[in-house]
Every structure is written in C-alpha cells, then in structure tokens.
Design a protein around this ligand. Structure first.
Ligand code: FES
Length: 114
C-alpha cells in the first residue's frame, strides 16, 4: 500500500543548514508550521494546500534564513527564492501559495525576482 498522497498548491522549503540556523531558521520553521496548522493552511488539513519541509543548505548561506518555494502556475513550474526571511515574509509566501496569488517580490532573488 503506497503512502497517502496529498495534492498541494505549492511546496515551501526552509533551510536548516548551519548558517541559516545560526540566523534563527529553526525558530522560523517552527513558527511557520504553527501558523499553517492554526490557520488550516497545512496540506493535510481540510481546505489546506501548503506543503512545508525543512531543507539542507540551499546555497545562499551568507544571506539566510533562506526559503524556496515551488508550485505549478500557468502550466509551468514556478520557483521563488528568498533571502533574509523572517516570519512575516514566510507567512506572505505561504498565503500567496494558498490563494494562488503572485509571490511577494520583497527579498526575492533568482527567477522572478523583484
Ligand atoms: S545554510 Fe542555509 S543556505 Fe546554506
């Protein structure tokens, strides 16, 4: 029997590498999880749609905490990369995924950067 698959609107990864952890990414990850749970945004909640996992180093160690997000949009895979992420920004990214809205431009780098 395979594991249950949950369809989501997007996947956020919060770096838990040593440099990001030194800048509080472990607290950020826990706070974001609590938020997704409380507001029923987490993918396994009724009506929820956001997947969140820890990640190893995302390759932007000097600019952490680093977060990346992947989702399908307009038939394409969209990626968003964020540096110096704090809780309000991570919440805004999660909310944009849930609402299928534009990703925040603030502190975004790489493809689609603001
Ligand atoms: S430790 Fe987070 S980007 Fe490298």
């Amino acid at each position: 029997m395979p594991p249950k698959y949950f369809k989501t609107r997007g996947h956020l990864l919060v770096c838990q590498g040593p440099n990001c952890k030194a800048r509080g990414s472990d607290l950020l990850y826990r706070a974001l999880w609590t938020h997704l749970e409380r507001h029923s945004l987490a993918y396994y909640k009724t009506g929820g749609s956001v997947r969140l996992t820890e990640s190893g180093c995302l390759g932007a160690c000097s600019y952490g905490p680093t977060l990346c997000v992947y989702r399908e949009r307009g038939g394409r895979l969209e990626e968003g990369w964020y540096a110096a992420v704090d809780f309000p920004l991570s919440e805004a990214v999660a909310r944009a995924v849930h609402e299928e809205a534009e990703l925040p431009r603030e502190r975004r780098y790489g493809p689609g950067e603001g």
